[in-house]
Design a protein around this ligand. Structure first.
Ligand SMILES: *Cc1c(COP(=O)(O)O)cnc(C)c1O
Length: 379
């Protein structure tokens, strides 16, 4: 099955009871047994739920994995991966990453004795210099948030393999439409399904997809034992979202290109970060690793003036000033005061998140309206 067919049919079978084409929302906590242990595969909805199973099978299919696991949020999914580790273990992490991931790592897991090394990975080979005998996991985000750096997944996978480390990729920004990390050598793919997979800004959810059975069993144990699962209604919504992922992504990419080119030409814009621009430092890796370049675009206004950047985001009308990304509607954010406020200023600026940086999640509206909105806000 090819990708577009997988988003609609991957891992799905029609409902056994009445032939419903979409899986019913099994809004139940428990399942009747005829005799102790006599059940139809479902006992209790923390462990399994048929609507969640349908979603988890779809997730596995679109990421070219074998096993999918859905969680109550993206951070709950990351949390489950971290629970594979033990005190004393070390993790190598992309230095430019989602603020909430940074907060989970440094604010919670450091206190449990896990050490995180935040590493600049634009030169993927650099990662190897940070490996110690205690290293267990490499955690990568690409494109990075919000600087749109592209990290060479095949190179990192080779390093992980050589040193027998787990390699996890946060694929939230790219989605499997643009890149499939398991095919490039990753062991775990993670999503904030809140974003492009759900796609309609109406649900918070996380996901993991893996190929190896033993790893899946460990994560399944953690999912059930820790209990950070998602409900059947949310499972249904994300399953519905996935069915249009390919058509939405195509338009996100088209509009992203228009917006990036418009901004790159605008006299009040100093810098545009979008991997499809030829002057993007990792453009070649992006071309090799990704099918297209996505709808996330960051830019810095000229003069690097905090107040000016705030005025621009306040004046946008079609773009909504809001956290999050990946929905059908266009959103604008100011990372330094919003998504990345939990990262200390010094550390933030080292990775390029300056006070005038604006991040756009370009939606699937008419491009003319998006460009006009940016034009009036910048003017
Ligand atoms: C939003 C996001 C997360 C966290 O996901 P939640 O669903 O908000 O918990 C993790 N990584 C990236 C790249 C994100 O954008």
């Amino acid at each position: 099955m090819k990708f577009n067919t997988k988003t609609i049919h991957g891992g799905q079978e029609y409902d056994k009871a009445y032939g419903a084409v979409m899986p019913p929302i099994y809004q139940t906590s428990t399942y009747a047994q005829t005799t102790p242990g006599g059940h139809k595969g479902y006992e209790y909805s923390r462990t399994h739920n048929p609507t969640r199973t349908a979603l988890e099978n779809a997730l596995a299919s679109i990421e070219n994995g074998e096993y999918g696991l859905a969680f109550g949020s993206g951070l709950a999914a990351i949390d489950a991966v971290l629970k594979l580790l033990k005190p004393g273990d070390e993790v190598i992490v992309t230095n430019d990453l989602y603020g909430g991931t940074y907060r989970l790592f440094t604010g919670i897991y450091e206190d449990f004795g896990i050490k995180f090394r935040f590493v600049e990975m634009n030169d993927a080979g650099n990662t190897e210099n940070y490996i110690s005998p205690a290293t267990r996991l490499i955690w990568v985000e690409t494109p990075t948030n919000p600087m749109m750096n592209i990290i060479d997944l095949e190179k990192i996978a080779a390093i992980a393999k050589k040193h027998r480390l787990l390699f996890a990729v946060d694929n939230t920004f790219a989605t499997p439409y643009l890149q499939q990390p398991l095919d490039l050598g990753a062991d775990i793919v993670m999503h904030s399904a809140t974003k492009y997979l759900g796609g309609h800004s109406d649900v918070v959810m996380g996901a993991l997809v893996v190929k190896a059975k033993e790893l899946a069993e460990k994560l399944r144990f953690i999912q059930n034992a820790s209990g950070a699962i998602c409900g059947p209604m949310d499972s249904f919504l994300v399953l519905r979202g996935i069915k249009t992922l390919h058509v939405r992504m195509q338009r996100h990419c088209e509009n992203g290109r228009e917006v990036a080119l418009f901004l790159a030409d605008h006299p009040l814009v100093e810098k545009v970060y979008w991997p499809g621009l030829e002057n993007h430092p990792n453009h070649d890796i992006a071309k090799r690793q990704m099918r297209d370049f996505g709808g996330m675009v960051s830019f810095v206004t000229r003069g690097n003036d905090f107040e000016k950047a705030i005025r621009v985001v306040e004046r946008l009308k079609v773009f909504t000033l809001a956290e999050s990304l990946g929905g059908v509607e266009s959103l604008a954010g100011h990372p330094a005061s919003m998504t990345h406020a939990s990262i200390p200023k010094e550390e933030r600026e080292r990775s390029g998140v300056v006070d005038s940086l604006i991040r756009l999640s370009v939606g699937i509206e008419d491009k003319e309206d998006l460009l006009e909105d940016l034009r009036q806000a910048l003017d």
